[in-house]
Design a binder for this molecule. Structure first.
Ligand SMILES: [Fe+2]
Length: 194
């Protein structure tokens, strides 16, 4: 299941999220993305304004994947010139249904999925999202030639599925940041890069 939804997030909301990313990353001193998936990027786990996007988009994602879902966690990333995204599959469980959201871009920069042995590029514009079963398809990006690209990742699990115990990423509630979540995320992803 790989599904693009065009204009899923209104343009003004993308601008609002982008301002929040500026303020948030400035406050936390632009942490290097620690998921081991990319270089020349900053990233952060579950800032409150992205946790709210998880909730805001949940009805649309449920409609898109035709499942009742629990949100697990959000992640925000700003890619800089020369960055890429290593070919990988997502972590088992917490990322059963992944959603990648284009928040700000300067050049086209395709996200590739490997499907039935073929590499298929998906090009998102600001406000577009792509929902996918990231555990089932390898996905990646080639080298980035623009200056700055902002992307947000939302993750959900099937309420009635085998990963339902990952609700809220096993936190007490959305918005809660536990250092162990971040460490586990980077370790587990590192094991799945190919
Ligand atoms: Fe992924």
């Amino acid at each position: 299941m790989i599904e693009v939804v065009r204009n899923a997030i209104p343009q003004e909301m993308c601008e609002f999220i982008s301002h929040n990313m500026d303020l948030h990353f400035n406050l936390i001193d632009y942490p290097k993305d620690n998921t081991l998936l990319c270089s020349n990027a900053v990233g952060d786990y579950a800032p409150i304004f992205l946790e709210s996007l998880l909730v805001y988009l949940q009805p649309l994602i449920e409609k898109t994947v035709a499942k009742k879902l629990y949100p697990t966690f959000s992640f925000g990333r700003i890619y800089h010139n020369g960055s890429n995204l290593k070919r990988h599959v997502d972590i088992e469980g917490r990322s059963e249904y992944g959603v990648s959201c284009c928040i700000q871009k300067d050049v086209d920069w395709s996200l590739y999925f490997e499907k039935s042995g073929k590499s298929i590029p998906y090009n998102l514009n600001v406000g577009d999202i792509i929902a996918y079963k990231g555990m089932e398809y390898y996905h990646w990006r080639e080298s980035y030639h623009g200056n700055e690209h902002r992307q947000v990742f939302l993750n959900y699990v099937d309420v009635d599925g085998e990963y339902a115990n990952w609700k809220y990423d096993k936190r007490e509630c959305l918005g809660q940041v536990k250092h162990t979540n971040i460490l586990n995320l980077s370790k587990t992803i590192a094991g799945l890069i190919q």
